[in-house]
Design a protein around this ligand. Structure first.
Ligand code: FMN
Length: 163
């Protein structure tokens, strides 16, 4: 089974989960990066990001290579911004129009994921969903605990390859 992990990460948490999935499944990683890659700090980060969500912005992405036909499973990951997927993910979903795929979702958040998975799924009609998992700021947790939680989920969903 060939798996792609498509993710956006502003501060490294979703990037960590993507790497752990790569370790577990041998997946290809496709990182979505916005053309505007300036890092905001402190409270202005939340105003800047929250405003993009409210305004339904689709910030331009840097070029990436993806042939969805090459994959049996696509895992999509995003940080939660204002109880929504990060705007970069909206750009991706508008650009790609993925259909007839098996898709799993993950998100990273600080304790309030809202209806982020429903919001993503509503933009991916015509696909089958293989499961979803969320993490609270995993880069601040013990790596083994995060890895165990992830691997247990992959096993439960039948996504882990048999030895
Ligand atoms: C603009 C912005 C908005 C956020 N909104 C939420 C939120 O609504 N709920 C929440 O639990 N965390 C929120 N967070 C925290 C992030 O979702 C969390 O730190 C996540 O682990 C970051 O993932 P990343 O490191 O891959 O970017 C927000 C962070 C930013 C920058």
């Amino acid at each position: 089974m060939k798996t792609a992990v498509i993710y956006y990460s502003y501060e490294g948490n979703c990037a960590l989960i993507a790497e752990l999935i790569k370790d577990a499944l041998g997946a290809d990683l496709i990182e979505l990066q916005t053309v505007d890659d300036k890092k905001r700090q402190g409270i202005s980060k939340y105003f800047w990001g929250g405003r993009q969500v409210i305004m339904k912005k689709t910030p331009p992405l840097k070029p990436y290579t993806l042939n969805t036909e090459a994959y049996d499973l696509i895992i999509i990951g995003t940080p939660v911004w204002a109880a929504s997927p990060a705007p970069a993910l909206n750009t991706f979903l508008e650009e790609q129009r993925i259909s007839n795929k098996r898709i799993a979702l993950f998100c990273c958040h600080a304790g309030g994921k809202g209806k982020v998975f429903d919001k993503i799924k509503s933009k991916l009609p015509g696909n089958t969903f293989a499961g979803e998992i969320d993490f609270i700021n995993p880069a601040k947790q013990r790596r083994e605990e995060i890895s165990d939680k992830l691997n247990e989920w992959l096993r439960q969903q039948g996504l882990m390859p048999r030895l």
